[in-house]
Structures are given as structure tokens and as C-alpha cells.
Design a binder for this molecule. Structure first.
Ligand SMILES: Cc1cc2nc3c(=O)[nH]c(=O)nc-3n(C[C@H](O)[C@H](O)[C@H](O)COP(=O)(O)OP(=O)(O)OC[C@H]3O[C@@H](n4cnc5c(N)ncnc54)[C@H](O)[C@@H]3O)c2cc1C
Length: 249
């Protein structure tokens, strides 16, 4: 079932892989000069970048940043997201923007585990509807939206813009694309990966930098006994499917 969360890669460093490779070459190439950037071609990137990343020289990945729009995730998810400190965020304000709730499901994200239990689902919708009513009633009584929002549950949907450099993105995906991560932030992480996979210019970095959960990055699961049953196989297949999909941008 669709959670209604939309993730879009809206912008990224111009010539991202060329930038990273050109920056890396300053360490190794005596003939390096700033003008060499304009001469960087796909074959140079292919020749050097996988090798250098293979050495574990990951600081070069910090020279390319990606900006994503995440729309419709809950505040549960955005709170987990912003724990990742080496990134920049701008989030829809609940102080400046008054909620205009029309539909419970458009305003709140109700987990699938609840939707599968009709007796609970009904009660959730009723509770959330009541939260909206109280929000509106408070606002109508002169309580400013910055205070009226205190009545809103964490399920309330939000919009957030996140900019991460490729190194932090790798770290984020390592933790959050993992099956041990909570389902919603994991969905966001895989949607971010999907956006990169769709993009012809960026796509090779998924394989070269092993962008994905930590089992993909490390070749083993550091969660040990906490690893969910069958997870390793499922994750490898999911990652391979991502790599074999066709770029569309
Ligand atoms: C499955 C899972 C369960 C979790 N459960 C909880 C929980 O119960 N409670 C809770 O509070 N959090 C929880 N978290 C969040 C977790 O503790 C981290 O806050 C979050 O994942 C951000 O990761 P980070 O600190 O490694 O990375 P980032 O903030 O993205 O930073 C990247 C890396 O930069 C370095 N770095 C960043 N800031 C500093 C610094 N100040 N000093 C030194 N090095 C730094 C570190 O190497 C860090 O790994 C959970 C996360 C996961 C994935």
C-alpha cells in the first residue's frame, strides 16, 4: 500500500562525479590544475573513481551534494531524519503555516499495521479527526497556530528539504536503508536511492561507493544476532534490482 510519501531529487552538484574525481586527482597527479576540471570526461571518472573509493578514500565524496524534497512523511520520520547532523534541513513550519485539514489520511500518516486491523483503524481515524477538530476549535478561539499545534499527534505529515553530501548520504543510507531501521525512514532511504538510480549521471556512484544499507557496504551485517531473519538475501536482491533498473533521467 502506498504511504503517500514522495521523495524527489530536486538538485545536485553540477557534474557530480567529475567534481569528485577531479578533486581526488589533486592528491595523486603532479600535472593537476584547475583547468583539468573542464577536460574531465566519463572515461576519466570510470578509470579513477572506483579505484580511489576502493582504497576507502571517502572524503572526496564530500565535494558533491544532493538536495531532496521529502513530502508527506510524518513528524516521526522527520525527527529521525534530522538526527543526521552532517546535513542541511529546511522544514515546513507549524508556526507560520496553519494546518488546513481536509482529509484525515492526507493530514496524518496511518501505519499499515494499524490499517490491517479494522477495529483499531476506525478508532485511530476517529482520534485523529478529534485532534483536527480541537486544533481548529483552539485556533477559532484565538489560540495561535504555534500553540494549537501542540494537540497534533506525531503522525501529522510534513514536508522537508534535505541536502547531504555523498559521504553523509552513504552513512545515512547505511543506517536507514537497513531492515533494522523503522519502516518509514527506511522507505524514505530507499526512495532516495531510487531517485539516484533513475539518474544516469549519478547512478554509477551507487555501485562504486556502495550506497545502500551497511550489509551492502561492508559485506556482512554488523547487527549480528539482531539481524531480521532472511534480511541479507532480501536486501541483496533489492539492491541488485535497483542496479538493474533503467535510468529515466
Ligand atoms: C536502528 C536505529 C535505532 C535507533 N534508536 C535510537 C534510540 O533509541 N534513541 C536515540 O536517541 N537515537 C536512536 N537512533 C539514532 C542514532 O543514535 C543516531 O542519532 C542517528 O542514527 C544519527 O547517526 P550518526 O550520529 O551516526 O550520524 P550523523 O549525525 O549523520 O553523523 C555522521 C557521522 O559523523 C560523525 N559525527 C557527527 N557528529 C559528531 C560529533 N558531535 N562528534 C563526533 N563525531 C560526530 C560520526 O562519525 C557520525 O557517525 C537510532 C538509529 C537507528 C539507525
Amino acid at each position: 500500500m502506498d504511504s503517500g510519501i514522495r521523495v524527489t531529487l530536486v538538485n545536485y552538484t553540477k557534474k557530480p562525479l567529475e567534481t569528485v574525481t577531479w578533486a581526488a586527482l589533486i592528491s595523486y597527479w603532479g600535472g593537476w590544475e584547475s583547468e583539468a576540471f573542464q577536460r574531465m570526461a566519463g572515461k576519466d571518472v570510470e578509470m579513477h573513481l572506483p579505484r580511489i573509493l576502493g582504497y576507502g578514500h571517502e572524503s572526496i565524496l564530500e565535494h558533491a551534494v544532493l538536495t531532496f524534497a521529502i513530502e508527506g512523511c510524518s513528524r516521526v520520520c522527520s525527527h529521525q531524519l534530522v538526527r543526521h547532523r552532517i546535513a542541511s534541513y529546511t522544514q515546513q513550519s507549524q508556526r507560520y503555516i496553519k494546518l488546513n485539514p481536509e482529509d484525515v489520511e492526507e493530514t496524518f500518516l496511518i501505519p499499515e499495521s494499524v490499517k490491517q486491523r479494522p477495529e483499531l483503524y476506525g478508532k485511530w481515524k476517529e482520534f485523529l479527526r478529534r485532534a483536527i477538530e480541537l486544533y481548529e476549535e483552539s485556533y477559532g478561539a484565538g489560540v495561535h497556530q504555534e500553540d494549537a499545534r501542540f494537540i497534533l499527534p506525531q503522525a501529522v505529515r510534513t514536508r522537508i528539504v534535505v541536502t547531504m553530501n555523498l559521504r553523509e548520504l552513504k552513512h545515512f543510507l547505511g543506517l536507514r536503508a537497513c531492515e533494522r531501521a523503522q519502516w518509514e525512514i527506511r522507505e524514505v532511504a530507499w526512495k532516495m536511492l531510487g531517485e539516484i538510480a533513475k539518474n544516469e549521471e549519478l547512478r554509477p556512484i551507487i555501485k562504486w561507493a556502495k550506497l545502500g544499507p551497511r550489509c551492502i557496504q561492508l559485506g556482512y551485517c554488523p547487527e549480528g544476532k539482531l539481524m531480521p531473519s532472511g534480511c541479507w538475501k532480501r536486501t541483496k536482491e533489492k539492491w541488485k534490482t535497483l542496479l538493474s533498473s533503467k535510468p529515466t533521467v
